[in-house]
Design a protein around this ligand. Sequence first.
Ligand code: ATP
Length: 299
Amino acid sequence: MTRSVTVRVPAKVNVQLAVGAARPDGFHDLANVFLAVGMYDEVTATPADALRVTCSGPDAGLVPLDATNLAARAAIALAERHGIAPDVHLHIAKDIPVAGGMAGGSADGAAALLACDALWGTGAGREELLALCAELGSDVPFSLTGGAALGVGRGERLTPAEVGGTFHWVFAVADGGLSTPAVYGEFDRLTAGTQVPEPTASAALLAALRTGDTAALADALSNDLQAAALSLRPSLADTLAAGTAAGALAALVSGSGPTTAFLTDGEESARKVADALLTSGTCRDARVATSPAAGATVL
Ligand code: ATP
């Protein structure tokens, strides 16, 4: 009988994204506070004759199915480490917007790693999995851990952050994606010749997460990539304005965008903001979700 392993993995929103000046290697030092949101992809690993990736869901056509897919790269990395062949069929049931700044690809990488480890019995410990995740990309370790965490360095060196309540979000999905490197490039262009401050985590923001204080979190949200994302996609300002007008406590671009995130004071206002965003015509879809969410989990 063919055994399969399915892993469920959440999307993320950056509740703080402080970006330092470009380093000589081109990367930026970050103070990146990740919060996992209850919007999920599922990755199913099944034994196969060769590595194969398939994808289903409304955005499936935008997902590469070759070896550049982060799920495939994760399987290859784990197999190489253990001297086995990465012969596995990875099916991605995709619900996280693609190229939306919600770390969907990173989520699939973390999920594939966990699924293949369980399927192959490679018995990678937490540390090994986290190290493999960090090799795959800066956002991948957080997809494994979920909850909330402060990431420093390129964002991959994580310290868990405590979350003392439930936060109600609306995410407005934009038409088309934004390339993360292009947004960082625009950040560099916009900040050229200026003194970019060292990125530091906001104590007020971490306290708001810890106490579950929605109003305080709304005041503390920040994203240093927002100006760059708006510069590349000026129409996002209309989306932010539509959600704020409908009663969101705060609005910001999620990560490198173009998904925009709206913090609301409860389930009812979240639904109201989502409805208003949908009728505003400023986004392709509006999704309600709560935080925090658990990290990658074998189902
Ligand atoms: P981040 O928030 O980490 O910057 P993102 O949410 O903006 O990421 P992704 O959805 O991860 O963006 O996709 C970025 C690009 O990565 C896609 O355009 C696609 O070409 C590629 N990609 C590789 N693997 C995947 C995957 N499993 N799912 C989606 N995109 C993938």
